[in-house]
Design a protein around this ligand. Structure first.
Ligand code: AMP
Length: 195
């Protein structure tokens, strides 16, 4: 199954994508993880992306679309994959639809994990107070910027997927196990839709 996990930064997309990957064997494709790996490796993409990421802005569509286009051609993606953090705006979603069509694939579903901004801010404060090492973009100020970017550029994708009949919504303020159980239920429903 080809899925998108959708939601604001800190909603738990990565955690749920890891669970789905472990349960079903579908690779998790996280553009954030791939960009962070490029920063650590010091590649040209990494050098260009680092500042933008630290400021909570979006890396260029050209870069992230290129990364995903290369990745979904890999053999391990042929029986399904989970996108985490991509697409993040309408042009990226259109590029995804086009590249899947070229591969003879399609998106089966988009699961939105909904969490209120206030709760996300509380979560990050807690994380900062509990951990010794935090990511460079793991600050309250950067999260506020990332939330602003999410509402302005990423949330407008919801009607795009709603119009395609692919959007399912879940309350991400429940505990992690409940969210996981509900996602599994949605997968059954989505596979019943002809996926
Ligand atoms: P994430 O781990 O998904 O929250 O991503 C961390 C950062 O990487 C984001 O704040 C962006 O700067 C960048 N990034 C990740 N995915 C994308 C994307 N699809 N488009 C643009 N920038 C992205």
């Amino acid at each position: 199954m080809n899925l998108v996990l959708f939601g604001p930064p800190g909603a738990g997309k990565g955690t749920q994508a890891d669970r789905l990957a472990a349960a079903h064997g579908w690779p998790k494709l996280s553009t954030g993880d791939m960009l962070r790996a490029a920063v650590v490796a010091g590649t040209e993409i990494g050098r260009k992306a680092e500042n933008i990421m630290d400021q909570g802005e979006l890396v260029s569509d050209e870069v992230v679309v290129g990364i995903i286009a290369d990745r979904i051609e890999e053999p391990d993606c042929q029986s399904g994959f989970i996108l985490d953090g991509f697409p993040r705006n309408v042009p990226q979603a259109e590029a995804l639809d086009a590249m899947l069509k070229d591969e003879g694939l399609r998106l089966d579903g988009v699961i939105e994990i909904r969490v209120k901004d206030r709760i996300l801010i509380d979560r990050i404060k807690q994380r900062i107070s509990e951990s010794e090492e935090v990511r460079a973009d793991d600050t309250v100020e950067t999260l506020e910027k990332r939330l602003e970017v999410y509402h302005a550029q990423t949330a407008p994708l919801l009607p795009y997927y709603e119009a395609q009949g692919k959007l399912r919504k879940i309350d991400g303020m429940q505990d992690i196990d409940n969210v996981a159980t509900q996602i599994e239920g949605m997968l059954e429903e989505l596979s019943g839709d002809g996926a």
